[in-house]
Design a protein around this ligand. Structure first.
Ligand code: NAP
Ligand code: F7E
Length: 325
């Protein structure tokens, strides 16, 4: 039986990846930091809460990462844990630097010392392209990070490449563009919109306040993207891959899809609030996933329209079940 250790198993991607691996017959371990309240709702929604073995540990605590790797000696290690909200990275830049940057070295060192055959996946990000240097971004496009989050992730990306080249570790970096799902955190713009649209439809909320709706993103479905992570670790050679749909859409148009799905007019409810503008913005991202298609046989299966409609439907169900007060 193959085994995997996943950091960030309680986030959006962790549960989709864990489910995929469990279906393939893996034993799945999840590194979880101590939290004061229950955060297993996503694993519960996918019905796999009791199928994961939890290991205590925090990415910022090198010793705990070492102990986890030394005891599990996983065949595959997926490093998904992060402070992943770009806007929050200006408020907590050092924490973001430690957890999203330096901690990647904690993982790689633990593998190098205690389990050098473990294959490693690093959750890199399209945010590293930031102020884009090419109209369509691929693995060769120069990076230009625009937030403390992106700067930290760039360190994580390059240290992964460096450990591959220095020590021959099977360490791959997935440069994933935005991916969303009904399990997305409420602070991210797609889920903020789909939750608000459901609340407006059900009379629980009147307006939706957003920042820069002219920003453009290449949005895909998280369930499709975790398959790409797994495929990267099945290759003979470790490498870096851009994972994207190849289509970019404004926040405004994404929003219109969500309102339209419930027969609402966006203009009747949308308010622009300067509070949600960022100190530096990534105006547009558009990925070129040709290498992933050619080498991994991977391509995105879910359109933005399907994705947003699914998210709105899921939020309608959730909000309907809430008791109004
Ligand atoms: P997410 O929903 O924010 O989940 C982040 C996970 O990291 C949570 O399980 C969180 O645990 C955990 N975590 C935070 N700090 C930690 C620490 N110090 N030690 C151990 N675990 C910690 O993120 P996601 O959307 O699933 O994304 C997964 C990864 O892909 C992240 O690294 C993200 O930066 C990267 N990424 C995401 C996207 C995207 O569009 N979703 C695109 C490119 C790259 P708690 O819940 O307990 O806080
Ligand atoms: O913002 C604009 C905002 O927070 C998308 C993370 O998973 O993907 C994600 O980062 C866009 C930005 O995602 C609001 O300014 C307007 O231009 O949903 P987001 P993100 O910053 O692109 C990358 C690939 C990651 O790696 C990250 O971990 O939407 N926007 N108004 C807004 N964004 C939010 N959150 N809230 C607003 O009210």
């Amino acid at each position: 039986m193959s085994s995997a250790l996943i950091t960030g198993i309680t986030g959006q991607d962790g549960p989709y990846l864990a489910k995929l691996l469990l279906e393939k017959g893996y034993r799945v371990h999840g590194l979880t930091p101590r939290r004061s309240s229950d955060n297993l709702w996503r694993l519960r929604e996918l019905g796999i809460e009791n199928d994961v073995d939890f290991v205590n540990g925090d990415l910022a605590d090198a010793g705990s990462v070492q102990r986890a790797v030394a005891s599990v000696k996983p065949d595959e290690f997926y490093n998904l844990g992060a402070q992943s909200f770009v806007a929050a990275s200006w408020d907590q830049p050092v924490l973001t630097g430690v957890v999203d940057g330096i901690a990647v070295t904690h993982c790689l060192e633990a593998i190098r010392q205690f389990s050098p055959k473990t294959r490693f996946y690093q959750a890199s990000t399209s945010e590293m392209f930031g102020l884009i240097q090419a109209e369509k971004q691929d693995e060769k496009t120069p990076f230009y990070p625009r937030s403390p989050y992106a700067v930290a992730k760039l360190y994580g990306h390059w240290i992964t490449v460096n450990y591959r080249e220095s020590f021959g570790l099977h360490a791959s970096s997935g440069i994933l563009f935005n991916h969303e799902s009904p399990l997305r955190g409420l602070e991210f713009v797609t889920r903020k919109v789909t939750d608000a649209v459901a609340r407006i439809k059900l009379g629980r909320q009147k307006e939706l306040r957003l920042g820069n709706i002219d920003a453009k993103r290449d949005w895909g479905f998280a369930g499709d993207y975790v398959e790409a992570m797994w495929l990267m670790l099945q290759q003979d050679e470790a490498d870096d891959y851009v994972i994207a749909t190849g289509v970019t859409t404004t926040v405004r148009d994404m929003c219109r899809i969500a309102f339209g799905h419930l027969g609402l007019k966006m203009e009747d409810h949308l308010v622009i609030d300067p509070k949600f503008f960022r100190p530096a913005e990534v105006e547009v991202l558009l990925g070129n996933p040709a290498k992933a298609k050619a080498r991994l046989g991977w391509e995105a299966k879910t359109s933005l329209e399907q994705l947003i409609r699914n998210m709105v439907d899921a939020d309608m169900k959730r909000v309907s079940k809430e008791t109004s007060c």
